[in-house]
Design a binder for this molecule. Structure first.
Ligand code: SF4
Length: 227
């Protein structure tokens, strides 16, 4: 498998936020979101076997715990990734899979927690969500909308209502996008959509979603990688 990095930090953006977590970040993505903060994953990386990835995870977190598979778009390497996720589950890890929602998800082991993006219009990748994926989501899974404008918010609000997402998944996350060149100050001035404004819209509309901030960008310098 082509891997950009494997490291241990705190989970940053889901209902697992704040928990220690090993991240396995796979190389490559077929989308190009305007605010992408992971462009360094598009190329390069190192080729590792499944056993080598597993051994690195075991060394970083020998007693089990959380492992997040992310990217890039990890499901582009589905053939090797599905057996890796199975092995991690067998070792007792709670496995999270962060995916853009554009790839088919039927082959993901049911015990894996899928955290699935639905790309909004101002991401530049709207309309990439694979509708069939709604059928494979379960009550462990989470759906995330990264928002950079009122247009994105209204799209997300309507999508949640139309597909009754509040009843389908464990959590619906509304997350303000960060400026991709953000660095220095660790505060919400880097958000493309002010969290306070988003909070007020969510309260007014009583949406069945939770506001989610990218925790790691408020703990470490937003430009820092490997955290
Ligand atoms: S799907 Fe993720 S990694 Fe790919 S371009 Fe969008 S934000 Fe970046």
């Amino acid at each position: 498998m082509q891997i950009t990095e494997i490291y241990k930090s705190l989970q940053g953006e889901s209902t697992y936020a704040g928990l220690p977590c090993v991240f396995v970040r796979l190389t490559g993505c077929n989308l190009r979101c305007t605010w992408c903060d992971s462009e360094y994953t598009f190329f390069g990386g190192r080729k590792l076997s499944m056993e080598e990835v597993l051994n690195e995870v075991l060394q970083l977190s020998p007693g089990g715990g959380l492992v997040e598979i992310t990217g890039g778009e990890p499901m582009l390497q589905e053939r090797e990734l599905v057996p890796l996720m199975q092995r991690l589950l067998e070792h007792g890890y709670t496995v999270l899979l962060e995916t853009s929602g554009e790839r088919p998800l039927e082959r993901v082991p049911p015990a894996v927690v899928k955290i699935v993006d639905v790309k909004c219009p101002d991401s530049g990748e709207g309309d990439t969500f694979r509708r069939e994926n709604l059928e494979v989501l379960n009550h462990r899974d989470e759906i995330k909308f990264v928002l950079s404008s009122r247009i994105d918010y209204e799209f997300a609000r309507e999508f949640v209502a139309r597909h009754k997402l509040g009843e389908k998944v464990n959590a619906v996350l509304f997350s303000p996008a960060f400026r991709k060149e953000a660095s220095g100050a660790r505060n919400s001035s880097h958000c493309l959509l002010d969290p306070q404004e988003l909070a007020e819209w969510m309260i007014a509309d009583n949406v069945p979603a939770r506001l989610s901030l990218q925790l790691h960008k408020f703990i470490w310098d937003p430009a820092m990688k490997g955290v």
